[in-house]
Design a protein around this ligand. Structure first.
Ligand code: GAR
Length: 195
């Protein structure tokens, strides 16, 4: 049984989809939900499900990312996770932190990577006139949003779409994709999965 820690910054809808998927026949179970924002509503949602939660407010550390990560790591290490899932975690991690979880840290990104790494993915897809959008789960490596792709789900861009309508359609796809990839990954299957 693999132990999964999930890092969030906000509402945590992807975290909830991951947690909901980890039923009895699943090769993994959630052991921690942690956030850089103590006000993240996902923390309350996870706690209500009986999952241990932790918050380390990054603002307390100013620009010192390593000090922030050192405190976050204390919570993560105590939970002894085999796999770390970033699910809407909006802090850049240092190379040292990433190296520590090499090959066992996943991220979900709201675009069809390698298109649109970074922020504002939906606005960029709309202004490029794309007819298709989607999301990607990938392994986290030192280069932002560039690690090996473990899965992608595609959705259409529809006439009249705004950033919000497109984001909602992609988020719905994220909730299918991330659990599908985690189940495979926890079972040792790193071949990419396309929905
Ligand atoms: C999701 O759309 C996720 O792909 C995105 O943040 C949202 C979090 O939603 N992540 C990134 O942009 C990472 N660069 P959630 O808190 O409801 O899961």
């Amino acid at each position: 049984m693999k132990r999964v820690a999930i890092l969030i910054s906000g509402g945590g809808s992807n975290m909830l989809a991951l947690v909901a998927s980890m039923t009895t026949d699943h090769p993994a179970r959630p052991v921690l939900v942690a956030s850089n924002d103590p006000a993240a509503t996902g923390l309350t949602r996870a706690a209500a499900l009986g999952i241990p939660v932790a918050a380390v407010d990054h603002r307390r550390f100013g620009k010192d990312r390593q000090a922030f990560e050192a405190e976050l790591l204390q919570h993560i290490d105590a939970a002894q996770p085999d796999i770390l899932c970033l699910a809407g975690f909006m802090r850049i991690l240092t190379p040292g932190f990433i190296a520590r979880f090499e090959g066992r840290m996943l991220n979900i990104h709201p675009s069809l990577l390698p298109k649109y790494p970074g922020l504002h993915t939906h606005a960029r897809a709309l202004s490029a006139g794309d007819t298709e959008a989607g999301c990607t789960v990938h392994e986290v490596t030192a280069e932002l949003d560039a690690g090996p792709i473990l899965g992608q789900a595609r959705v259409p861009v529809l006439p009249g779409d705004s950033e919000d309508t497109l984001a909602a359609r992609v988020l719905h796809a994220e909730h299918r994709l991330y659990p599908a990839v985690l189940r495979r990954f926890a079972a040792g299957d790193r071949s990419p999965c396309f929905l």
